[in-house]
Design a protein around this ligand. Structure first.
Ligand code: IVH
Length: 739
């Protein structure tokens, strides 16, 4: 944080540097403490807070006489909100050892440690573990006496937490009274790999039962809450604000002093363990394993995550970690890792604890999906259709498993809504394969009120220290042509067309891509070089490239030049659909290009078709028809087509397709998982050749889902919506007879 300067004492008071620094640190820590504990809106990482705290402690040790009563180091219990009563946990709420490796050595090392501690030899069977999700919310202890919820407490410092019973009672998923289900059957399905088949557990509700688990906010609830908050902000409701992530929103709701407001912030709960429980000798339950205990919790009415599994040995742990890593983004809530626990409770007791952590459990984290970084610049990129996209250039940061240096800001409105400015500290998020985005700007803590006489002397204190608000340039940053935003559109577009080298580069890359005419090896770097050196101005120039011109480019080996020449030669034999798609006509994607090719059979028929004739084609509406017409009405576009043909680009032409119904016409397919023999592209081509369509996501309109090995959320969605699921064999059959 670069804020301390804002908190410096007026320079007129002479003080030693240490004492000034102590005052600064106290002030800064107070600000951040308030943001963290009261507002639930931290804006520095915990590690940074700890660093400042330790710096203050060290200085106070040097100058004990200068320790003030209000120093954050003197606060008893440190971290409690004054308004909630404190609760001493009968059994402390511990934390667990965390591994963050990506190579699974942590899981293996854990298994080795456990086997050693239990004196298991090589011939002993693998240890059974319960593998759970590590939910990203806040830990909660729920106390039931004679089956009735009497108290809910946060973790606090592990020994003492806060009494948040009123707010927790608003969570529908938390039973207010335990369900009584003696002799419940633990179904074998719930215990996939290796748990004893059907276990019969019989337990009455114990006199005292503390359930430990995680309170969290589901992603959809978080989005909806933020949407409502945005409306409130727009309406000018005092104190309304949005939340940075589900975890912060959940923490805010739990510690909200007004239970009515807490109730408007939908929370959920997963149970994962126990605190104090009536002793067995006094009629408490007798569980042999952790899994049995979880099943008992389920039968008493608590949500237990369906992914929870009993797995065998290190390989079981590694496999679980990998599977959940893949499933992570499709889960309806955030997880930050998985947790492994030794299943046998007698072994857990034998293993015991090291300092404040159980030896029998370990958390295996995934790479964090959110990190702090700094905005170095906001660039504007020009796309193939001239669309201008603001892109934040970031100080490199490792997030979601990769180093991120760019985050899209989508368009001007979005950049302004987030109010991202150069020099800002921002939270960047990268989840799965999604393009990294900026979640929020983290503002420096506001300066303290400035006394008038001080602000006269120090005018910089009253100025906004941030860079100016982002505005979209009114001219294209690449070619200088006018950039315009049309009525009702979110985007600005460069009007330079193929005069603009950025658009030219994108047009060439689009034409050369795999699903268009495919020029293997013609990538972004090479196209940049060719366009920048003015070797290529139009698409046909590609086919006029000689070996000499290519080989003379910097960093181009003769062999690579030869390969490109061969790839260009090969690309000349294409199909009408690929060629049409490759031209990059606005609104003509791959599917539309295929429909057009099928309908008209020949390129000349398409170039000369009227809008009415174009409207006859499947899926072509007025916008698309007009766009095609406009494209071919421009002489320079026709010229490009003629020259490409003259260079030898050819495709088989046929008569217009007779209007027959093909076996799969009118049917939409979604492909998921790995099919035994066909690649996804092959399956797609076969389905389309038979008149069917292939879509990317499952909806009520999907006719069939074709699922292979390791099918994920799309298969779940199909089952949820009742969409029929086919395997490859069933698809092949359908391709042949259409039933
Ligand atoms: S077990 C003695 N299981 O992770 C073991 N913790 O340091 C106690 N957490 O803040 C914890 N999911 O709130 C356990 N399936 C899970 C968990 C889990 C999330 C949190 C817990 C605590 C931290 C552990």
């Amino acid at each position: 944080m670069n804020t301390p300067d804002l908190f410096a004492e007026p320079p007129s008071l002479p003080r030693s540097p240490d004492l000034e620094r102590m005052a600064q640190l106290r002030q800064t820590l107070h600000e951040h403490g308030h943001r963290y504990y009261v507002l639930d809106e931290p804006n520095i990482p915990d590690a940074e807070y700890d660093r400042l705290f330790q710096e203050l402690q060290a200085l106070e040790a040097l100058h004990p006489e200068m320790v003030t009563a209000d120093s954050p180091t003197q606060r008893v219990g440190g971290r409690l909100l004054a308004e909630f009563a404190s609760v001493r946990h009968a059994v402390p709420m511990l934390s667990i050892r965390t591994e963050t490796d990506t190579e699974d050595t942590g899981a293996q090392a854990f298994d080795v440690r456990i086997r050693k501690e239990l004196s298991l030899g090589e011939t002993d069977p693998p240890v059974a573990y319960v593998a759970e999700l590590k939910f990203d919310g806040l830990a909660m202890s729920l106390r039931y006496e004679h089956g009735v919820l009497v108290q809910a407490a946060t973790r606090g410092d592990g020994e003492t937490g806060e009494d948040v019973t009123q707010n927790i009672r608003t969570i529908g998923q938390i039973p207010l009274t335990l369900l009584r289900s003696a002799n419940a059957q633990v179904d074998a399905d719930a215990a996939p790999s290796g748990a004893a088949a059907a276990v019969t557990v019989g337990f009455d509700v114990p006199a005292v039962l503390e359930v430990r688990g995680e309170v969290y906010m589901a992603r959809a609830d978080f989005e909806a809450l933020n949407e409502r908050q945005r409306v409130r902000i727009a309406q000018g409701v005092k104190g309304a604000k949005t939340f940075v992530n589900p975890r912060n929103a959940a923490a805010g709701a739990v510690r909200q002093l007004d239970p009515a407001i807490a109730a408007e912030r939908p929370l959920s709960f997963f149970a994962y363990g126990l605190g104090e429980v009536t002793l067995q000798a006094q009629g408490g339950p007798a569980f042999a394993t952790h899994y049995e205990l979880l099943m008992a919790l389920k039968h008493w009415g608590f949500p237990v995550a369906a992914q929870t599994a009993v797995v065998q040995g290190a390989t079981g742990l590694v496999d679980f970690h990998q599977r959940m890593g893949q499933a992570r983004d499709a889960l309806p809530y955030d997880i930050d890792g998985v947790v492994y626990k030794v299943n046998r409770l007698d072994w857990q007791r034998q293993l015991g604890f090291v300092s404040r952590e159980p030896r029998w459990a370990v958390a295996h984290k995934y790479p964090a999906q959110e990190q702090l970084t700094t905005v170095l610049a906001i660039d504007v990129q020009v796309g193939r259709t001239g669309k201008l996209t603001p892109v934040a250039k970031l100080a490199p940061v490792f997030v979601g498993g990769v180093t991120v240096t760019n985050a899209t800001l989508h368009n001007e409105d979005e950049a302004r809504r987030k109010d991202v400015r150069v020099g800002d500290t921002v939270i960047v998020r990268r989840a799965g394969d999604v393009i990294p985005e900026i979640v929020a700007v983290v503002l420096p803590a506001p300066p303290p009120p400035v006394r008038p006489e001080v602000s006269k002397d120090r005018p910089e204190l009253s100025k906004d220290p941030r860079a100016p608000v982002f505005t979209m340039p009114r001219t294209c940053p690449v070619c200088g042509s006018a950039a315009v935003r049309e009525e009702g559109e979110a985007d600005y577009r460069c009007t330079g067309g193929l005069f603009c080298s950025a658009q030219r580069k994108q047009a060439i890359l689009h034409f050369a891509q795999r699903r268009a005419v495919e020029v293997e090896g013609l990538g972004e770097k090479l196209v940049d070089q060719l366009v920048d050196a003015n070797v290529i101005r139009t698409l046909p120039d590609l086919y006029r490239l000689g070996l000499g011109a290519l080989a003379s480019l910097a960093r181009m080996a003769d062999k690579s030049a030869q390969n490109i020449v061969e790839a260009l030669e090969k690309s000349k034999h294409t199909t009408l659909a690929r060629f049409l798609f490759g031209l990059g006509i606005r609104h003509v994607g791959e599917a539309t290009a295929k429909e057009l090719a099928r309908h008209f059979g020949q390129l000349d028929n398409i170039m000369d078709a009227s809008e009415e004739q174009l409207l006859q084609v499947n899926d072509v509406g007025p916008t698309v028809a007009q766009s095609i017409r406009t494209f071919f009405d421009q002489a320079h576009n026709r010229e490009v087509v003629e020259q490409l043909r003259a260079c030898g680009v050819t495709w088989p032409e046929g008569p217009p397709a007779p209007v027959t119904t093909q076996p799969l016409s009118g049917k939409t397919f979604v492909i998921t998982g790995t099919l035994p023999t066909l690649s996804r592209d092959q399956a797609k081509d076969l389905i389309e050749a038979a008149g069917g369509k292939v879509a990317g996501s499952v909806s009520k309109k999907t006719s069939f889902v074709v699922a292979g090995a390791e099918a994920g959320s799309k298969l779940d969605k199909a089952q949820e919506l009742g969409v029929p699921v086919l395997d490859e064999a069933a698809l092949q059959e359908m391709l042949h007879d259409g039933t």
